[in-house]
Design a protein around this ligand. Structure first.
Ligand code: MG
Length: 156
């Protein structure tokens, strides 16, 4: 069996007049995340982790923010493409470990919903997906959200 690991990072600033979407789940919060697409920094980090694991080009190269097709696009599109490329190469996803760093909103009440949604999108059991919420404890500005993700994939 061949294993590969991938790492993804993304950060987006808060913006007004946009819904906050993380892991495809709408979060009750007065600000959304700035970005060409729906701004789902968690799905962007996961997508980049998968693309990294298979040695593909990154999310910014595959889905340019100058391309009108991705304007306000749901980020599931990017994740689905990365999964398709991964499966074309014969790999399956073993597990995902994600950390969201944000002073606000609180991630804890949404963790399970996000895990359930990711489990459906990716087609793996919920116990293979971890979502952790962390705070910056005052060392950095509080105007956005940072997401990091590690993925393990395997080919039998
Ligand atoms: Mg992004």
């Amino acid at each position: 069996m061949e294993f590969r690991v991938g790492f993804g990072f993304d950060s987006h600033e808060f913006t007004e007049n946009k819904k906050l979407i993380l892991g495809g789940v709408e979060i009750d919060f007065p600000y959304g995340l700035k970005g060409h697409s729906d701004g789902d920094a968690l799905l962007h980090a996961i997508t980049d982790a998968i693309l990294g694991a298979i040695g593909e080009r990154d999310i910014g190269e595959l889905f340019s923010d100058e391309d009108k097709r991705w304007k306000n696009a749901p980020s599931e599109i990017f994740l689905k493409k990365a999964l398709e490329l991964m499966r074309e190469k014969g790999y399956e996803l073993s597990n995902l470990d994600c950390t969201l760093i944000a002073e606000r909103p609180k991630i804890a009440p949404y963790k399970d919903k996000i895990r359930e949604n990711l489990s459906k999108l990716i087609g793996v059991d919920k116990d293979r997906i971890s979502i952790k919420g962390k705070r910056r404890e005052g060392f950095c500005k509080e105007n956005g959200i940072v997401c990091m993700c590690t993925v393990l994939i395997y080919r039998a």
